[in-house]
Design a protein around this ligand. Sequence first.
Ligand SMILES: Nc1ncnc2c1ncn2[C@@H]1O[C@H](COP(=O)(O)OP(=O)(O)OP(=O)(O)O)[C@@H](O)[C@H]1O
Ligand SMILES: Cc1ncc(C[n+]2csc(CCOP(=O)(O)O)c2C)c(N)n1
Ligand SMILES: [Mg+2]
Ligand SMILES: [Mg+2]
Ligand SMILES: [Mg+2]
Length: 322
Amino acid sequence: MGDSPASGADTVAAIGEFGLIRRVTEGTPQPSTTLLGPGDDAAVVAAPDGRVVVTTDALVEGVHFRLDWSTPTQVGRKAVAVNLADIAAMGAVPTSVVVALACPGDTPAAVVTELLEGMAAEARRVHVGVVGGDMVRADNMVVSVTALGDLGGRPPVTRSGASPGDIVAVCGRLGWAAAGLAVLGRGFRSPVSVVNAQRCPDPPYAAGPAAALAGATSMIDVSDGLLADLGHLAESSGVGIDVQTDRLTVAERLVDVGAALGADPMHWVLTGGEDHALAATFRSLSDLPEGWCPIGSVVTSEVGVTVDGLPYEREAGWQHWT
Ligand SMILES: Nc1ncnc2c1ncn2[C@@H]1O[C@H](COP(=O)(O)OP(=O)(O)OP(=O)(O)O)[C@@H](O)[C@H]1O
Ligand SMILES: Cc1ncc(C[n+]2csc(CCOP(=O)(O)O)c2C)c(N)n1
Ligand SMILES: [Mg+2]
Ligand SMILES: [Mg+2]
Ligand SMILES: [Mg+2]
C-alpha cells in the first residue's frame, strides 16, 4: 500500500508519464457539463450562470496523510473532498475537478491508479468529473486539486458578511478527524469511526447551497479548527463571535476516545480541523436550514472569537510551520 516501493514493471517509472495518463483517463465517463474532457491542452466545462467559482488545496505526504495510515483511495477521496468543501462554503455546487499528482518513480502504479480512482469516486458523489490533471516526479507524494463551482445565479456567501446579532451555526461533524489523528498518532487503528474520519472527511456538500438559499450572511468550511476558522469569519467581517460550548454536542464516541487517550474531547470539537463541517452566520434562528445547529452568536465586542464569553487559552487550530 505504498510503504514498500515496488520494483519491476508496474511502477510509475516503468510505465512512464504518458502510459500513466492513458491508464487513468481512457474510458473515464464524464457528466454532460464536461464539454471537452481530458486529453487536450485544457478541458472545456459548462459555466451555467456565466461566473466560475474556483479553489485549490494540496495534500502532502507526511503532512496531510500517511500511506501507512490511509489507503490510496482514501487519500484521493480526501484530496477532492477538501476542495469540494471550499466550493460548498461559497454556497456553490461543484462543476468539475482537475488534479495534479507528484510522486517518486518507484511508486507502484496501482497506488496511483487507486488514488486517482478515489478522486474520481468522490467527484462522482457530487456528479462532477475529473476533467484534467498533471503527473510529475517528486521525492514525496503531493496531491493537488482544483475544483470549479457554480453559484446558480446567487451571490457568493463570503467570509465578510456577518454582523452583530447574527446566529452562528454549523452543519457537519466536528472533532472526529482530530480524534482519529490522536488515535493514529499513538499507533492505534481503532475505533474505526474516528480513524476513518481522519482518513477521509464526509463534508455536508449540499448544506452550502442550502445555506446560501436560506440567506446565510457568511460561511466557511472548518479545515483548520472551528475556533480558527470562525476567527477568519470574525476578522473578515470585523466582528466578534462567541461560541457557546453547551450548544456543541460531543459525540459519545469522542468522549470514549478522549477518556482512553487522556485528552479533552471538547478541545477536538473546538479546534480539530479536517472534518470540513460548514460554519455560517444567519440573521435569525428561523433561517437555519435542516441539519444546521446554532452554536453561538455574532457580537459587538472586539474582533475575534471567544468561548463562553472568554478567550480560548489553547491553540485555536492547525497552522502550517508553527
Ligand atoms: N499562494 C497563494 N496565492 C494567492 N492566494 C492564496 C495563496 N494561498 C492561499 N491563498 C488564498 O488565501 C485564502 C485563504 O487560504 P486558505 O488555504 O487558508 O483557505 P482554505 O482553503 O479555505 O483553508 P484550508 O487550506 O485550511 O483548507 C484563499 O482565498 C486562498 O485562495
Ligand atoms: C500525517 C498527518 N499529520 C498531521 C495531520 C493533521 N493536519 C494536517 S493539515 C491539517 C489542517 C488542514 O490543512 P490545510 O490548512 O493545509 O488544509 C491537519 C489538522 C494529518 N492530517 N496527517
Ligand atoms: Mg487552502
Ligand atoms: Mg476553506
Ligand atoms: Mg480548503
